[in-house]
Design a protein around this ligand. Structure first.
Ligand SMILES: [Zn+2]
Ligand SMILES: [Zn+2]
Length: 393
């Protein structure tokens, strides 16, 4: 397939900066920072982009570790690459987000090299805290702050074991359950107590009974965050953090309602009270066929192999929330060997190896290629918007 000259120019710019992009990704990998703590990672990216002519806003959208870095060349659409760079607690870059940062920064550098010819605006947006912990994710907060206003299309990539576009992913609701009981001596007068831990354990067991009756794509998983203090006091407080997931937003809401019933039933059975604290809702990614087609074409133009089968992703991403508001697409990139367990130290180690870094650069080229297509052909943006309007999420 013949490569248009603008892309050749952009890809040459990416390769010219390849050494710096690799060392940026390696530095982020070697200094893992968890959600909203990514001070070094965000500063390194923002500084690097500022040195390459981007206008940087940091903090961005009210978040100290978010940034926006843009270049403008006259009228035209705005294409944003959404970088991620948060690590997992205790594991490091076990989701490979250092490679998303390198790809998106690289794509920005590539598009900037041809922007005077295409017109329009290119932005790299640093979006912190993608991984769910105990708070709303970075893109959810940035959306609430109106940080994506004026952006026409958002693009990104995610590390994986193959090059593929996305067919579907999974939305989730994250929430805390807090049981309140009454203390008593666990041996002398337990009849005066109400056991909050029993409330939590019964909830867990009620959920296990529910599992048989949910669709195969549903996932319900949780951890105990407070199980009481000492065994000779009936616990007056117990708490857990849970996630419910589904590919179908309607099913997601239904299962969340059932899980809340599991908790209320457990509270009734144990004469305790339960507080249900919703933390976040992450939506499914709204698939955009035109953007997916452009991603495939750019893999072909680049001469990179692509698994033709779009991926039904098992995980969730706050990119989904952005995709519900702005036409967006991300793809997965073959950064790691097949069969590897994700969110693991093996992924973190692999995120610094040749296979990962090479794919990161190829991904930067694909992202830049799609952006150049959109900046140079207004008709494509019309199609992208039509797809967006047609998709029902
Ligand atoms: Zn992850
Ligand atoms: Zn991830």
């Amino acid at each position: 397939m013949q490569t248009p000259p603008l892309k050749q120019q952009a890809w040459a710019a990416i390769h010219e900066h390849e050494g710096e992009l690799r060392s940026l990704a390696l530095r982020i990998k070697e200094h893992p920072e968890t959600g909203y703590q990514e001070e070094q990672a965000s500063t390194w990216q923002a500084d690097y982009l500022a040195q390459h002519g981007f206008q940087v806003t940091k903090p961005f959208g009210g978040l100290p570790t978010a940034y926006s870095a843009c270049q403008t060349a006259g009228a035209g659409p705005t294409i944003a690459f959404l970088a991620e760079y948060d690590a997992l607690p205790g594991i490091g870059h076990g989701c490979g987000h250092n490679l998303i940062a390198g790809s998106c920064v690289g794509a920005g550098i590539g598009v900037a090299a041809v922007l005077a010819q295409t017109g329009g605006r290119v932005c790299v947006m640093g979006t912190p805290a993608e991984e769910f912990d105990n708070q709303k994710e970075g893109k959810v907060r940035l959306l609430e702050a109106g940080a994506f206003e004026g952006v026409d299309v958002c693009l990104s990539m995610h590390p994986h074991t193959d090059n593929q576009v996305i067919a579907s992913d999974v939305g989730f609701i994250g929430f805390d359950l807090v049981f309140h009981g009454r203390t008593a001596h666990a041996a002398a007068d337990p009849w005066n107590g109400a056991n909050a831990l029993d409330g939590l354990i019964l909830t867990y067991n009620n959920i296990n009974a529910l599992r048989q009756h949910v669709k195969p794509d549903v996932r319900i998983h949780g951890v105990v965050t407070d199980g009481g203090r000492v065994p000779n006091i009936i616990p007056e407080r117990a708490a857990g953090r849970f996630m419910v997931r589904s590919r179908d937003p309607k099913v997601l809401e239904d299962v969340y309602a059932r899980v809340q019933d599991c908790a209320r039933a457990a509270a009734l059975a144990t004469a305790t009270q339960v507080e249900i604290n919703h933390i976040t809702t992450v939506y499914n990614t709204r698939i955009n066929p035109t953007l997916n087609r452009l991603i495939c074409e750019n893999f072909a133009q680049l001469g990179e192999p692509l698994n033709e089968k779009p991926l039904d992703m098992g995980g969730s991403t706050d990119f989904g929330n952005v995709s519900q508001v702005i036409p967006s697409a991300f793809f997965v990139s073959k950064t790691h060997p097949a069969g590897i367990a994700w969110h693991s130290v093996e992924v973190a180690q692999g995120a610094g190896e040749e296979m990962a870094l090479r794919s990161m650069i190829a991904s930067a080229c694909v992202l830049a290629g799609v952006a150049i297509d959109l900046l140079s052909d207004p008709e494509l943006l019309v199609q992208v918007r039509e797809d967006f309007a047609k998709a029902n999420g």
